[in-house]
Design a binder for this molecule. Structure first.
Ligand SMILES: [Zn+2]
Length: 72
């Protein structure tokens, strides 16, 4: 598929990557799904600018949910 690569600053062939990643918050590892693009021209990886998918925000939400009881 074609997408604008912020590194190349032009429309290039990119690969849509869907995977998951461990994000560590205060020593607790949280597995969150991540989506991004990889430019096949330069190999650079970048987020979909149209998506507001934020793995860090998801990880924080998970962290708060698992620590919902008791004070922080
Ligand atoms: Zn590129």
């Amino acid at each position: 598929m074609k997408h604008i690569c912020p590194n190349c600053e032009k429309i290039t062939n990119v690969q849509h990557i869907k995977t998951d990643e461990d994000i560590t918050i205060k020593g607790k590892r949280i597995n969150v799904p991540v989506e991004y693009y990889r430019c096949l021209e330069c190999g650079g990886e970048f987020d979909d600018p149209k998506s507001n998918h934020d793995p860090l925000a998801i990880a924080y939400k998970e962290y708060r949910r698992s620590h919902a009881t008791g004070p922080v």
